[in-house]
Write a protein that binds this ligand. Structure first.
Ligand code: SAH
Length: 258
């Protein structure tokens, strides 16, 4: 029996923003092939009063408007009834858990997602609590709405679905797999602007190429992302890594030799 395709239900005040960039390239082709499914619900359709208002002024005063809990909860309930059973309900929010590849893998492995996109100052806290929404942030910056965050989250999930990205190898070697950033890439021309391609890549020696790439990935991770590097080093507590760490903190403050 064919599994039900991964299914995202997006709640937004701007349904015209979807599928947007997800209609192009890999994601678009995968959707045409039925590998995933997108549904967009307009939050305004769940407004009850005659003005169809979805927001109101904040209790306690202050600037901006807040999305009403009755409207948001009704929209979330409708989305949950259309999403596959067990799909988590996520509110995109700068206060949420910071999205990373581990969370993306978890969401991609599930049946799909309900994604609530906020606008204005955000959503009444009671709707978040009453519906047990999981808050997820794209990063430590403020967007004007949750839609770009929802698009980014869906995009990141889709490329992990079986059959969406051509070769499994390209996924296995990507940044964040195994806590390493990716090694640098080179293509033709072999000499460009006085900059030759690293010699080892022309050697045809697969083991040497693999060793060089791993060393480069380790170097770039160590330099740019000490947080990832510490996790990687702990997980691969080999003598070589221990030496690299000592080299970094050595008396001369020099990088280790490779
Ligand atoms: N007043 C809020 C920001 C509201 S921005 C605060 O200071 O926390 C309006 C909407 O944009 C939010 O409801 C949320 O859905 C979305 N948004 C803004 N920044 C985001 C981020 N970093 N990640 C995910 N969603 C974000």
């Amino acid at each position: 029996m064919a599994a039900r395709p991964w299914h995202a239900v997006v709640l937004t005040l701007f349904p015209e923003m979807f599928p947007g960039p997800l209609a192009a390239s890999l994601a678009g082709r995968a959707q045409t092939e039925g590998l995933w499914h997108l549904e967009t619900l307009d939050i305004r359709d769940f407004a009850r009063n005659k003005h169809r208002s979805v927001d109101d002024a904040p209790f306690g005063g202050g600037s901006g408007m807040v999305m009403r809990p009755d409207v948001v909860a009704a929209a979330v309930d409708a989305a949950l009834s259309q999403a596959p059973p067990g799909a988590p309900a996520v509110y995109l929010s700068p206060r949420g858990t910071r999205l990373d590849q581990t969370l993306v893998r978890e969401f991609a492995a599930g049946p799909g997602l309900v994604l609530l996109c906020g606008r204005y100052e955000g959503v009444d806290q009671r709707a978040i609590e009453a519906r047990g929404l999981r808050e997820v942030s794209l990063g430590d910056f403020v967007l004007s709405g949750g839609e770009p965050a929802a698009l980014a989250l869906i995009d990141a999930c889709l490329r992990l679905l079986p059959g969406v990205v051509g070769s499994a190898g390209s996924l296995a070697e990507e940044s964040f797999e195994g806590d390493l950033l990716e090694y640098p890439h080179y293509t033709r021309p072999q000499d460009w602007d006085g900059r030759p391609v690293p010699e080892v890549l022309l050697s045809g020696h697969h083991a040497k190429v693999a060793a060089w790439r791993r060393a480069e990935a380790e170097k770039i991770t160590r330099e740019r992302r000490p947080d990832l590097w510490d996790r990687y080093a702990a997980a691969h507590g080999t003598e070589r890594l221990a030496q690299a760490r000592r080299g970094k903190k050595g008396p001369k403050g020099q990088e280790d030799e490779r």
